[in-house]
Design a protein around this ligand. Structure first.
Ligand code: 4NP
Length: 159
């Protein structure tokens, strides 16, 4: 099962989602069965490390952010089993990159997996303060837990 987390710059939300999910996968002993990557719909941070503010917020929860930014490629849709968009713009841009306008069975909104937060989008924390980064981690923890649960339910042989 290959998961791709997508935001705009691939330096805040999607690397946080990728590393939180890897953390939960390790805790569940499912390394090798579920793999994670992340990408940005924009390429202007290509090669950059995760944003320091996001890394600090993640570290408070014991999660180290690893990886370098890369841009989402249309071929990613074939390479991954599930593509998780952080917000509506990301969702639309992913679909548009493959010539679609409404939906694709592999493309989902990340927040649709959250069980304890009503948010429909993971808010872009880039131009805000540290509270925004802390909230992104909290929301992604919830959504990643729900996603892992869903994967385990849908693919019983994985758990
Ligand atoms: P991300 O956050 O999409 O969660 O990685 C952003 C990163 C960079 C910018 C905006 C959002 N930017 O405008 O450079």
């Amino acid at each position: 099962m290959r998961l791709l987390f997508v935001c705009l710059g691939n330096i805040c939300r999607s690397p946080a989602a990728e590393n939180i999910m890897n953390h939960l996968i390790q805790e569940a002993g499912l390394e090798g069965q579920i793999t994670c990557d992340s990408a940005g719909t924009a390429g202007y941070h290509t090669g950059a490390a995760p944003d320091r503010r996001m890394a600090i917020a993640a570290q408070k929860q014991g999660i180290t952010l690893e990886g370098r930014a890369r841009q989402f490629q249309p071929e990613d849709l074939a390479k991954f089993d599930l593509v998780l968009a952080m917000d509506e713009d990301n969702y639309r841009d992913i679909l548009r990159s493959v010539g679609l306008t409404t939906s694709h069975p592999k493309v989902k909104m990340m927040c649709s997996y959250a069980q304890n937060h009503p948010d429909r989008e993971v808010p872009d924390p880039y131009y805000g303060g540290s509270q925004g980064f802390d909230y992104v981690i909290e929301l992604l923890m919830d959504a990643c837990q729900g996603l892992l649960q869903e994967i385990k339910t849908e693919i019983p042989e994985i758990s």
